[in-house]
Design a protein around this ligand. Structure first.
Ligand SMILES: [Zn+2]
Length: 302
């Protein structure tokens, strides 16, 4: 579980253990995004208001059965003033930033009597993040809760734009082939890339009915289907095996592309291509982000 009760404040982020929150007097709960390691412990019986992005709010209600009255969507890119006590005398400002991670994923900047606390959740750094006026004109950051998934110098990978282009180039080199695209999980992620591939190659993207149901809530361009009439098929990467590749190729010429920065296995095998596509920041990006933000202290999230 990647959540934290924020010390010396009445709020918690991605933290859903009610009993512990009761003991610490936690009153406000923030959710960065809908990945399972950030929602662990959250259930339909949850009784406290949850602050999150508008996309996450929709998913919380429709996929998690959270009582709608408890879900408090915050517009991304804007600052919001929230009461910290029952009377509303003590307040804090929360600014919500796109985390560039998966649909609805956000980062929070909390500012109040406790100082300035920046919580990234999971994020993929982009230099444009600092174009936001609140970050451009910020006071110092006291504590940075940082997504340190790839906080190691050997974690080098291209930008997602470059990785998407690598995938397009592979597909271009295989006209007449079906594309099986392996992803890590059934969770959200890589939707922008899939939409771009669908648009570029003018094809449907075939997904499971379960994934399609979630994608419909996101109001993405209409490129996804659960019918078997697309050229690009999304599957879990563990299903990309030598045996399955042989079987697929007996039916139609097929290549597999594994879009993952955490993969070693079938790379180099005929018909399999691995592209280091990441929804988390590379080491170099983390370094740049921290250098620009200049926090007084850092707490790793992962
Ligand atoms: Zn995540």
């Amino acid at each position: 579980m990647n959540g934290h009760v924020i010390p010396h404040t009445p709020f918690a982020v991605d933290f859903w253990r009610s009993r512990q929150c009761d003991l610490t007097g936690t009153r406000l709960f923030f959710l960065t995004h809908m990945h399972a390691d950030h929602t662990s412990g959250l259930s339909p019986s949850w009784k406290h208001p949850i602050y999150c992005s508008e996309v996450t709010a929709k998913l919380l209600i429709c996929k998690f059965d959270i009582t709608p009255a408890l879900v408090r969507p915050l517009a991304v890119g804007e600052s919001h003033i929230l009461p910290l006590d029952e009377t509303g005398q003590e307040t804090m400002t929360v600014t919500v930033f796109d985390a560039n991670h998966c649909p609805g994923a956000v980062m929070f900047l909390f500012q109040g009597y406790f100082g300035s606390i920046f919580y990234t959740g999971d994020f993929r750094y982009s230099p444009e993040m600092f174009d936001h006026e609140v970050l451009a004109n910020r006071q110092s950051i006291d504590v940075l809760y940082l997504d340190n998934t790839y906080c190691s110098p050997e974690c080098k990978f291209p930008s997602r734009t470059e990785a998407t282009q690598m995938i397009k180039d592979i597909i271009c080199r295989h006209p007449g082939h079906d594309i099986v695209l392996g992803v890590s999980s059934n969770a959200l992620g890589k939707e922008d890339m899939l939409v771009e591939l669908a648009m570029t190659f003018q094809t449907w993207v075939v997904v499971t009915p379960q994934r399609l149901e979630t994608l419909k809530l996101l109001e993405l361009p209409n490129v996804f289907t659960d019918r078997e009439d697309g050229r690009i098929w999304v599957t879990l990467k563990y299903q990309i095996t030598r045996k399955n590749i042989e079987r697929w190729n007996q039916e139609r010429p097929t290549i597999a592309i594994i879009a993952s920065s955490l993969y070693a296995g079938l790379d180099g095998i005929s018909h399999v291509h691995v592209v280091p596509y990441s929804d988390h920041s590379s080491y170099r990006e983390l370094h740049e982000f921290v250098s620009r933000l200049k926090p007084r202290s850092i707490i790793p999230v992962v």
